[in-house]
Design a protein around this ligand. Sequence first.
Ligand SMILES: CC(C)(COP(=O)(O)OP(=O)(O)OC[C@H]1O[C@@H](n2cnc3c(N)ncnc32)[C@H](O)[C@@H]1OP(=O)(O)O)[C@@H](O)C(=O)NCCC(=O)NCCS
Length: 190
Amino acid sequence: MDRGTRGREQTLRFLAAPTDAGYLGNVSGGRVLEWIDKAGYACAVGWSGRYCVTAYVGNVHFTRPVSIGDLVEATARLVYTGRSSMHILVTICSSFPNGTHAVQTSQCSIVFVAIDESGNPVEVPRWIPVTMLELQRQRQARVRIRMRRRIERGYTAGGADSLTGWTNASADRASPQLRQPPFCTSPGPR
Ligand SMILES: CC(C)(COP(=O)(O)OP(=O)(O)OC[C@H]1O[C@@H](n2cnc3c(N)ncnc32)[C@H](O)[C@@H]1OP(=O)(O)O)[C@@H](O)C(=O)NCCC(=O)NCCS
């Protein structure tokens, strides 16, 4: 099932407010991540018509700062759909409020999963690339999926995340004593 062009791209437009500023006066990275999540969510919900959760955020590049008062455009584009997942590329651009001097300030890959009322993943409409650029983005998304799987296999070799010591969620539930990462050992008797 393909839904044509409807919902394959969403753009949020707004002004960067003083409350978005970080310590150095420009917009904070955390606020930019929030915009990325919101734009991606709008795109995922628009495409699937379902409630969606963020499953993965990665490949974030902050290339230029966003100034307070700038006009911000957060554009989220579908680049791949699996059975229940939607892989979305979000680009943040900013310009003077009159629209001049527009620059791309950050980009991020984000994966949303459509869920039902019980929180279980549900099937989403298949996205089919139409333009050459979309086809290229889909190929890049597939490469990223393969690379992520290889990295995750490396992390989980031996049953626990080799960098943090945390286990995956199901192992967590099965074995509460494994919840404590090695760097949080409880102090012994004094
Ligand atoms: C995302 C979530 C629903 C997946 O549930 P699950 O039981 O692992 O389901 P599955 O293993 O069947 O995976 C479902 C899909 O999610 C994808 N997925 C799950 N974790 C992923 C990750 N870390 N990165 C990329 N894709 C992921 C799977 O590839 C699969 O895609 P497909 O259906 O297109 O093949 C579940 O892990 C969850 O609820 N996570 C918490 C989400 C959350 O709280 N987000 C922050 C607030 S919105």
